[in-house]
Design a protein around this ligand. Structure first.
Ligand SMILES: Cc1ncc(COP(=O)(O)O)c(C=O)c1O
Length: 378
């Protein structure tokens, strides 16, 4: 029997050598490698833009979202619209401010926020919409930007899954006010833990840079080098959210492969979809005007829990994305959400199963997964 984990990061000698060189350099925390990673990431995201963009690295997508919400001035009592089908981080960061995550239902086809339901949720307290590009497929950004403009609210994109993804030819990272990426171990660019915020707004970029390192007024990371100075001033109540040069070394090596790794995942997705079409298994639907990173490949079946168990017995790791936010005890207790709220998200949650999709998955393994899914799906 094969043993196929749900995820395996694609790590080559390039990553290993760069990390070893970094460790041997004696500089372990944020420093030259982090600055280089930020610059390369910025160049990659904004390569087709004719305006200057900014990239700010930090230690997770959660911290990037926190920094972004602080940069746009979120305050206690404000409301933020978040899809209920997301990882808890998207809603949790809103609570850091004493603001309220206002949940929105999703579309059955894409599992992304249902834009037709957003306007009903807007009140005079609404400050931000956080669209989540589920599995890597971009949300309906034109409609979201139109609503944001009409009501004068900010758009902060949760692009934890969306590197690299495109909406109508534009890279995700170049659309909303600020976009936040994740480099968590299972993500399409993996540094173990890590995150990045991108924006065209210089002020936001400056604020996020200051606040990722205790609110210190200038690039304090080099205060222990010969060119640095011991003096600094704290100008804001910041956080300890910087990444390290060890993580950034991984990021530099991974970034070079980002397009190639997407292509490999796309090939796997195409194989899965051609096998599942017109069977009991509903494959994911990608809209024709967008490109997904293929971070996730989520099927829908009638016997999700049974299929999960059968695949596990057959050595295949799978997962579920996501338990909707409104079903978690803390959110029910604090905001009065109920299990039965958000019928589409509930339906999707009951049926969804995420299959392995990563560059090192070989043809035999993909065939084996297809065979077992078709054998046990109902
Ligand atoms: C949609 C979404 N947003 C945010 C996050 C948080 O990312 P990180 O672990 O880098 O903080 C995740 C992580 O799984 C996620 O899936």
């Amino acid at each position: 029997m094969k043993q196929i984990p749900f995820h395996k990061a694609y790590i080559t000698d390039e990553e290993v050598n760069l990390v070893v060189d970094t460790i041997k350099s004696g500089w372990l925390t944020m420093g030259p490698k982090t600055i280089e990673f930020e610059e390369r990431f910025r160049d990659y995201i904004f390569k087709d833009e004719n305006k200057k963009g900014y990239a700010v690295s930090c230690n997770s997508c959660t911290s990037a979202l926190h920094l972004a919400l602080k940069a746009i001035g979120l305050k206690s009592g404000d409301e933020v619209i978040v899809p209920t089908n997301t990882f808890i981080a998207t809603a949790e960061v809103v609570t850091y401010f004493g603001a309220k995550p206002v949940l929105c239902d999703i579309k059955e086809d894409t599992h992304n926020i249902d834009v037709s339901k957003i306007e009903d949720l807007i009140t005079e307290k609404t400050k931000v919409i956080i669209p989540v590009h589920f599995g890597g497929q971009p949300c309906d950004m034109d409609e979201i930007l139109d609503i944001a403009k009409k009501y004068n609210i900010f758009v902060i994109e949760d692009a934890a899954h969306a590197l690299p993804s495109k909406y109508k030819g534009k890279m995700i990272g170049t659309i909303g006010d600020i976009t936040c990426f994740s480099f968590y171990a299972t993500k399409t660019l993996a540094t173990g833990e890590g995150g990045m915020a991108t924006t065209f707004n210089e002020e936001y970029a400056k604020m996020m840079k200051v606040n990722r390192l205790h609110g210190i007024s200038r690039d304090a990371w080099d205060r222990y080098t010969l060119k640095g100075s011991w003096y600094y001033e704290v100008i804001d109540n910041g956080f300890k959210y910087n990444t390290t040069d060890i993580n950034s070394a991984l990021g530099l090596a991974q970034l070079k492969k980002a397009e190639w790794m997407r292509k490999k995942r796309e090939e796997i997705a195409q194989k899965y979809t051609s096998a599942f079409i017109r069977t009991k298994v509903t494959p994911p639907i990608i809209k024709s005007d967008r490109e997904t990173s293929w971070h996730l490949y989520v099927i829908k079946v009638n016997n999700r829990d049974e299929l999960f168990e059968k695949l596990r017995e057959n050595g295949i790791g799978t997962s579920v994305h996501f338990i909707p936010v409104h079903k978690h005890p803390y959110y029910k207790k604090t905001y009065g959400y109920k299990n039965g709220d958000y019928p589409v998200a509930n339906y999707v949650y009951e049926k969804s199963l995420s299959l392995p999709i990563y560059p090192s998955l070989n043809d035999d393994e993909v065939d084996y997964i297809i065979d077992r899914v078709l054998k046990y799906a109902k």
